[in-house]
Design a protein around this ligand. Structure first.
Ligand code: NOJ
Length: 550
C-alpha cells in the first residue's frame, strides 16, 4: 500500500492514561475521561493521539509491563470504551496510535507463566540462562531500572533477562514464534482501525549472540550491545513486509542514544524505510548521558547543537519527531525554563520546538505549563525506577539532597494528574485520585486558562494554528543563527514564499535582541510573542516570531 505520510502535517497529543482524566470516579484516569476531552484535544489543533499503554497490566511500570496485548484494561474502561474513543477520534478527523511494548512483557503474561514451566511452544519465548558453575550471573549487563539485568526464577530454576523492572521479562525476539506474536498484535489493532504505533525501546529487541559481557561501559553495562543489535533491521523489515506494507500506518520508534546518521538507516525515505520517525533523546542527552542529565546545570548551547544537528542532518531524507516533554522526563518549564517566569518560559519553550521541521508531540499538561511536583517524603513516589534509585542505590548524599534530586529528575514529576480546574482534585476525579495532585492546581489549570486570551493554553493554540498555516514551518529550510550565544536560540525557516525568524531567550536576564543580517525585522510582521511590548532588549524568557512574506 502506498504510504501517504499523513503524519507530516499533524500535531500529536500524548495521553498517559492514568493521569489524564477520570470519567467514572474511581480515581484512575480512563477512556471515559478521554472521550469527554476529545473536543478539548481537537481544540488545541492536535489531530492525533498517542496513547501510552492501555492494555491489562499489573502496573509495576505503569502499564509498560503488559499482561495481555489484545485487550484494554478494565480500569481504563475495557474494549468498549476504547472503541468509542477510537471512533470519536476518527469522527473528529484525528488519528490514534498505540504503544507497542514488545521488548518485554509482564511476568504475569500467560507466555511467561508457561515459559517458566517449560510448556511448549512458550519454552523459548524469553531469554533464559542456567546458573553458572562459578555462581556468577549469565553476563554483567545492567538493568536500566533495577540492579543487574538478571532475575532468578524458582520455578524454572534459571535466570531470565530483564533490561527494565524485575517484573518486565525480555522477550526472545530471535524466536520466530515470538515475531509471529508481534505481527499478530500489530494486525489485531490495525484491523480495528488504529493508525499506527509508538514502539517502545524497539532498538533493544535484538540481543547479540552469546550475550557477551560488556567490558567498556562503567554503568548501564550492555546498552551499546543490545541497542541496535545484530538482527534489528531484519526483524523490522519482517514486520514491515508481513504487516505494515498492507496498511497506511505510522511507525514511531523510541530509540535511546540514536544519532541522526544511525536514524537514517531506518527512516531514510528513499531507502525503503522500516520506520517513519524516531524518538531521539536529543533534548535530554544534550545535557549528559541518560538519566544523570537532570543533575547537571542546563546548558543551552548543547541543546541548540543537538536541535540543529537533527534538523539539518535529516533534512530532505527523513522526518523528525519533535517533543520537549513526555512521561519519562520532568516538566520542561521546571527544567529548561523557570517556575518564576512560568508563563513566559512555557510559551517560549513551546515556540522553541513547535516551529522546527517535523511532527510535534505535546504531552498532557504541557499545554498549560504544568510544573514539577515537590513531595516531602520519598515514600510518596510511585515510579519503579525512582524508587530503586532512592531506596536501593547506595550514596553518601544526605536524605534531603537525595529527595531534591528526585524532584528534579523523577519521572513522577510529570505524572501527576492533569489540572483541569480549581475544583477538588484539580477536577481530575470526583473520587480519590490514584496519585498526588500537584498543589499548584488552583493557580495552574485548564478552566482558568480557557477564559484568559493570554494564557499558556491559548498561546499553544495560536502557535499550532500558525504552524499549520505557514508553509515555511511545514517545508522551509532551517538555519540556526548566533550559535555561540548561551542565552538565546535563534533560527530561521524559509521557503519560496516566506521567511520566519524565531528568537527564544532562555534566560531571566535582559539580553539584546539580535536578528541575522539578512533579516530586516522592521519590514517583517511580528506574528507571535509572549510580551506585549517588544523593544531592542529581550525580557526574561521572551520569544518572538517574525514573518517576512516574499
Ligand atoms: C520506555 C517508556 O517510555 C518507559 O516509560 C518505560 O518504562 C520503558 N520504556 C520500559 O518499557
Amino acid at each position: 500500500m502506498e504510504k501517504k505520510r499523513w503524519y507530516k502535517d499533524m500535531v500529536f497529543y500524548q495521553i498517559w492514561p492514568r493521569s489524564f482524566k477520570d470519567g467514572d470516579g474511581d480515581g484512575m484516569g480512563d477512556l471515559h475521561g478521554v472521550f469527554e476531552k476529545l473536543d478539548y484535544i481537537k481544540s488545541l489543533g492536535c489531530d492525533g493521539i498517542w496513547f501510552s499503554p492501555l492494555y491489562p497490566s499489573p502496573g509495576v511500570d505503569c502499564g509498560y509491563d503488559i499482561s495481555n496485548y489484545l485487550d484494554i484494561a478494565e480500569e481504563f474502561g475495557g474494549m468498549a470504551a476504547f472503541k468509542k474513543v477510537l471512533d470519536g477520534a476518527h469522527e473528529r478527523g484525528m488519528k490514534v496510535i498505540m504503544d507497542l511494548v514488545v521488548n518485554h512483557t509482564s511476568t504475569e503474561h500467560e507466555w511467561f507463566k508457561k515459559s517458566r514451566q517449560r510448556i511448549d511452544p512458550y519454552t523459548d519465548y524469553y531469554i533464559w540462562r542456567p546458573k553458572k558453575s562459578n555462581g556468577r550471573l549469565p553476563n554483567n549487563w545492567d538493568s536500566l531500572f533495577e540492579g543487574k539485568a538478571w532475575a532468578w526464577d524458582d520455578v524454572r530454576q534459571e535466570y531470565y533477562m530483564h533490561l527494565f523492572a524485575i517484573e518486565q521479562a525480555d522477550l526472545n525476539m530471535d524466536n520466530p514464534l515470538v515475531r509471529e506474536e508481534v505481527k499478530n498484535i500489530l494486525k489485531f489493532w490495525l484491523d480495528m482501525g488504529v493508525d499506527g504505533f509508538r514502539e517502545d525501546v524497539i532498538t533493544f529487541i535484538s540481543k547479540p549472540e552469546g550475550l557477551p559481557n560488556d567490558n567498556y561501559m562503567p554503568a548501564s553495562k550492555g546498552i551499546f550491545m543490545f541497542n541496535h543489535g545484530p538482527h534489528l533491521h531484519e526483524y523490522l523489515e519482517e514486520f514491515k513486509r508481513d504487516v505494515f506494507d498492507k496498511y497506511d500506518a505510522m511507525i514511531l520508534a523510541e530509540a535511546p542514544l540514536v544519532t541522526p546518521k544511525k536514524a537514517l538507516e531506518y527512516i531514510d525515505e528513499k531507502n525503503e524505510p522500516v520506520l517513519d520517525m524516531m524518538i531521539q533523546f536529543a533534548t535530554q542527552e544534550a545535557d549528559s548521558f541518560m538519566t544523570d542529565y537532570i543533575h547537571m546545570p542546563f546548558n543551552l548551547k548543547k541543546l541548540k547543537r543537538t536541535y540543529t544537528k537533527w534538523q539539518t542532518q535529516l533534512d530532505g531524507k527523513g522526518w523528525n519527531m519533535l517533543y520537549i516533554e513526555n512521561h519519562d522526563h520532568p516538566r520542561m518549564v521546571s527544567r529548561y525554563g523557570s517556575e518564576k517566569y512560568r508563563e513566559e518560559s512555557a510559551k517560549m519553550l513551546a515556540v522553541s520546538y513547535l516551529f522546527q521541521k517535523g511532527t510535534p508531540f505535546i504531552y498532557q499538561g504541557q499545554e498549560i505549563g504544568m510544573t514539577n511536583w515537590y513531595p516531602t517524603d520519598p515514600e510518596m513516589y510511585e515510579d519503579v525506577q525512582t524508587r530503586w534509585q532512592y531506596f536501593n542505590v547506595a550514596t553518601r548524599k544526605s536524605p534531603e539532597k537525595r529527595l531534591e534530586r528526585l524532584w528534579h529528575g523523577s519521572r513522577d514529576s510529570a505524572r501527576t494528574p492533569v489540572q483541569w480546574s480549581a475544583e477538588a482534585n484539580a477536577g481530575f476525579t470526583t473520587g480519590t485520585p490514584w496519585f498526588y495532585v500537584n498543589e499548584n492546581y488552583t493557580e495552574i489549570n485548564v478552566a482558568d486558562q480557557e477564559g484568559d486570551p493570554d494564557s499558556v493554553l491559548n498561546f499553544y493554540r495560536k502557535a499550532i494554528e500558525l504552524r499549520k498555516t505557514l508553509s515555511a514551518v511545514r517545508h522551509g529550510n532551517y538555519t540556526e543563527h548566533f550559535k555561540s550565544s548561551s542565552k538565546v536560540y535563534t533560527y530561521t525557516r524559509e521557503d519560496k514564499r516566506q521567511k520566519l525568524l524565531v528568537v527564544c531567550s532562555f534566560t531571566d536576564k535582559a539580553v539584546k535582541m539580535k536578528a541575522p543580517k539578512d533579516f530586516d525585522t522592521s519590514k517583517a510582521t511580528l506574528i507571535l510573542a509572549n510580551y506585549k511590548e517588544n523593544t531592542d532588549i529581550l525580557k526574561p524568557y521572551e520569544v518572538r516570531v517574525y514573518l517576512l512574506s516574499k
